[in-house]
Design a protein around this ligand. Structure first.
Ligand SMILES: Cc1cc2nc3c(=O)[nH]c(=O)nc-3n(C[C@H](O)[C@H](O)[C@H](O)COP(=O)(O)O)c2cc1C
Length: 340
């Protein structure tokens, strides 16, 4: 055994050196939810607007809707009209399975909200214990809850018990609040509570999006995979190519990958990973997506800022494209992206 493979999780070791990982293999999680493949688009609150969803659907870029979080706002339970409003954008492709993400810290409101969404046909509920944003954690939500694996257990269990049989309950986790030392405990808590799928981001909340050593990324995801046992873990964080995705499943033993920001720099990335297409995104592909985004955006300050954020995520904050776009007024933006 090489010193490199000596560090591999047993599931990863089985994979090393074998056939390419089959990202196209469906994964049955519950009677209602089968993931069509082993790569999904990770939720992006504020970026995944109705326009974004329509563009992704039109270009057939994703195999599953995995929504940004819906906040239960403390103890409230949304009314039927609010649930239907939230579900409406996803009706553009009703054939895609829908996993709806909730964020909150009150078991009663989370479980009643989950049951409400389940009643309207969602295939899965995902609980967000991962968001590190200060506004979210200051109200005791998202990654703040990782400080207490017991609370994470109670909330997950309450939702598992509240939804009808067959609805999948999954969680999105980070590696911890301020230290990765409790990954095992946190992962065991959600598995023991009945979660059937975990999306695991390797940084702690305090690390936000700062650089973490590549070997530490592997170690943390492999630790989550091992602790989860038979519950599938999708690794998340900084996946920008097919090769990254393949390397991650091989080195950690994870069951699949969730792609976040990399989707903007290559809108075909999830599709590419699923089909094993190692080509990088072409300029034409990036433009095709941005063109659709701009076409669905209005000329308000908000619309313009949102589009600029998408250009930034596509090309990078220091890119010529972003700098130029920032200088453009609305007409020039239209002309620039209509032409490309
Ligand atoms: C703008 C933005 C919004 C996000 N919104 C959500 C969200 O609503 N729910 C969630 O679980 N994660 C959210 N995330 C986290 C991403 O899904 C993902 O876990 C994170 O960006 C790391 O993956 P990446 O390196 O592939 O981007 C968000 C991230 C960003 C940058």
């Amino acid at each position: 055994m090489s010193s490199e493979s000596a560090d591999l999780h047993p599931a990863a070791e089985k994979r090393a050196g074998g056939c390419p990982f089959d990202f196209r293999a469906p994964l049955r999680l519950s009677a209602r939810l089968t993931l069509p493949g082993r790569a999904v688009l990770s939720p992006l609150q504020g970026v995944m607007t109705r326009t974004f969803m329509q563009a992704a659907a039109r270009l057939d870029l994703i195999p599953l809707w995995f929504t940004p979080f819906f906040s239960t706002g403390g103890v409230s339970v949304p009314k039927r009209a609010a649930i239907l409003r939230k579900l409406a954008p996803y009706r553009v492709r009703p054939d895609l399975p829908l996993v709806f993400q909730l964020i909150g810290h009150d078991a009663r409101s989370l479980s009643a909200t989950a049951a409400g969404f389940a009643e309207y046909g969602v295939q899965g509920i995902n609980l967000n214990f991962a968001c590190p944003s200060k506004t979210v954690t200051a109200s005791g939500n998202g990654a703040y809850l990782l400080r207490s694996p017991e609370t994470v257990f109670e909330l997950t269990q309450a939702v598992v018990e509240a939804v009808p049989d067959g609805v999948s309950v999954s969680v999105k986790l980070r590696a911890g609040w301020d230290s990765p030392d409790h990954i095992r405990e946190i992962v065991r808590a959600v598995c023991d509570a009945g979660a059937d799928w975990i999306v695991f981001h390797y940084r702690t909340a305090k690390e936000m999006y700062s650089p973490v050593d590549a070997s530490e990324r592997v170690r943390r995801i492999a630790c989550a995979v091992e602790a989860a046992g038979n519950v599938p873990v999708f690794g998340n964080g900084d996946i920008t190519s097919c090769a990254d995705a393949e390397a991650l499943v091989r080195s950690t033993g994870c069951a699949g990958v969730a792609v976040g920001r990399g989707f903007l720099s290559d809108p075909w990335l999830v599709r590419r990973i699923l089909s094993g297409d190692a080509n990088p995104a072409s300029e034409a592909e990036k433009s095709a997506f941005l063109r659709l985004l701009l076409a669905g955006t209005d000329s308000t300050k908000r619309g313009r800022n949102w589009f600029l954020e998408c250009v930034k995520m596509t090309y990078g904050a220091d890119s010529v494209e972003f700098r130029e776009a920032r200088e453009c007024d609305w007409g020039a933006l239209r002309a620039r992206w209509a032409e490309s």
